[in-house]
Every structure is written in structure tokens, then in C-alpha cells.
Design a binder for this molecule. Structure first.
Ligand SMILES: Nc1ncnc2c1ncn2[C@@H]1O[C@H](COP(=O)(O)OS(=O)(=O)O)[C@@H](OP(=O)(O)O)[C@H]1O
Ligand SMILES: Nc1ncnc2c1ncn2[C@@H]1O[C@H](COP(=O)(O)OP(=O)(O)O)[C@@H](O)[C@H]1O
Length: 199
């Protein structure tokens, strides 16, 4: 707990930093099962926003777990702490004026809402990458479902660990058979624009 600590109000704030970048800072929070397409879509989205002169930062589950969250595993408690840390980092990057893209399973509603409530109204865009478990398992890009089914990995999301689907996400990316990742990323950009999150 922060006791005997006083918040410093700096002269240069979020308003100045985002004005300098000529953009509205945001968190675009992708959530979905392992293999649903979060990392692939997030990467394409970041490339497309960069090409449109936006200033972005992508926080991706696998990468963050090598450093900032390298001490955490996949128990419910560790996942809560993982998302808490990511949320605080995302808030700092929003304060820096950036468009933050996150790609974490983030299986628990309360934790996604924690990030939403850290930010100002309209700064948190929850994107549900709604790919059915059977499709994720069929894709199995890292062979993890096979290991989880064989009992070699415990607490695997969708198998023996819960995934709480968003009830009212700002954007719902419904799985469509045969749709490419490129098409999904384009669909996401179109929805971000349609809903007024991107100029
Ligand atoms: N037990 C278990 N359950 C789920 N996922 C597992 C597990 N063990 C390892 N992995 C790999 O870790 C990636 C998920 O990390 P996240 O930080 O996104 O998870 S969480 O948000 O804290 O639930 C996840 O990456 P993605 O496939 O990109 O989602 C997996 O590659
Ligand atoms: N429409 C799509 N959107 C995203 N990924 C797709 C799509 N169609 C096929 N894929 C493939 O599915 C896999 C998704 O893996 P990944 O992006 O690592 O998912 P996650 O980050 O959610 O675990 C990749 O191999 C990707 O090429």
C-alpha cells in the first residue's frame, strides 16, 4: 500500500503528450482463448496503425511473460496479478499518449474491468476475439492444446481453467470459417473507425 507517498502533478501531462502525437490515446484490449488469433491480429493492427502515422505499443502475453511477468504462472492468482501489472503498464502508456494494443487471454471479467476502470471513459476498447475452442484446438499453433489434453500442462484455459467471455465488449470479432487474419484485422480497423475510436 502506498503510505507516506505524495502524487506529483507534472507540468507535461497526457493532454500535451497526445496533442504532440496528434491522436487520442486508447487501450485496444484483445481477449480470447489461446490460438484465437489475438497475437496475429494485434501485430497486423499495429502495422496498419503505424502506416497511418499512429503511435502505438503492443503488449503481448508471451513476450511480457518473459520479463515483467516472468515470475508468474497460470494459477488463477497469478493470472490476476499478470493482468493487474499489464493494466498498470497500459495506463502509463496511455498517459504517454500512445495507442496501446494488448493481446492476453485475460480470462477473468473482473480483471478486464479493472483495466477499464483505471482509464478514463472511452479509453478502453474491449475486443472479443471469439474463436470457438474447437477451432483453436484444431489450429493449435504451439502444440499446447495437445499437451493440455495429454495432461502435460495443467490449468490450461478452456480445458481445465475457466474463460469468462465478455458480455458487452465494444467490439465482437465473430469467427468466420475461411476468414484470413488480414481480413479480421481489416474488420477490426473498420469497427474501430465506425465506433469513433479512431479518427
Ligand atoms: N496453462 C496455460 N493456459 C493458457 N495459456 C498458457 C498456459 N501455459 C502456457 N500458456 C501460454 O501462455 C500464453 C497466455 O499468456 P497470457 O499472459 O495471455 O495469459 S493470462 O491472460 O494470464 O491468462 C498463451 O499464449 P496465447 O496462445 O498467445 O494466448 C500460451 O502460449
Ligand atoms: N482470421 C484469423 N485471425 C487470426 N488468426 C488466424 C485467422 N485465421 C487463421 N489464423 C491463424 O490462427 C493462429 C492464431 O494464433 P495466435 O495469433 O498466436 O493466437 P493467440 O495469440 O490468440 O494465441 C495463427 O496461426 C494464425 O495464422
Amino acid at each position: 500500500m502506498a503510505t507516506n507517498i505524495v502524487w506529483h502533478q507534472h507540468k507535461v501531462g497526457k493532454t500535451e503528450r497526445s496533442a504532440q502525437k496528434q491522436q487520442r490515446p486508447l487501450v485496444i484490449w484483445l481477449t480470447g482463448l489461446s490460438g484465437s488469433g489475438k497475437s496475429t491480429i494485434a501485430n497486423l493492427l499495429e502495422q496498419k496503425l503505424g502506416a497511418a502515422d499512429k503511435h502505438t505499443y503492443l503488449l503481448d502475453g508471451d513476450n511480457i511473460r518473459h520479463g515483467l511477468c516472468g515470475d508468474l504462472g497460470f494459477s488463477d492468482k497469478d493470472r490476476v496479478e499478470n493482468i493487474r501489472r499489464i493494466s498498470e503498464v497500459a495506463k502509463l502508456f496511455v498517459d504517454a499518449g500512445l495507442i496501446v494494443i494488448t493481446a492476453f487471454i485475460s480470462p477473468f471479467r473482473a480483471d478486464r474491468d479493472f483495466c477499464r476502470h483505471l482509464l478514463a471513459d472511452g479509453e478502453f476498447v474491449e475486443v472479443f476475439v471469439d474463436t470457438p475452442l474447437a477451432v483453436c484446438e484444431e489450429r493449435d499453433p504451439k502444440g499446447l492444446y495437445q499437451k493440455a489434453r495429454a495432461g502435460d500442462i495443467k490449468d490450461f484455459t478452456g480445458i481445465d481453467s475457466a474463460y469468462e467471455a465478455p458480455q458487452n465488449p465494444e467490439i465482437h470479432l465473430d469467427y468466420q470459417a475461411g476468414q484470413s487474419a488480414e481480413q479480421s484485422a481489416e474488420q477490426l480497423i473498420a469497427k474501430l473507425k465506425e465506433k469513433g475510436f479512431l479518427a
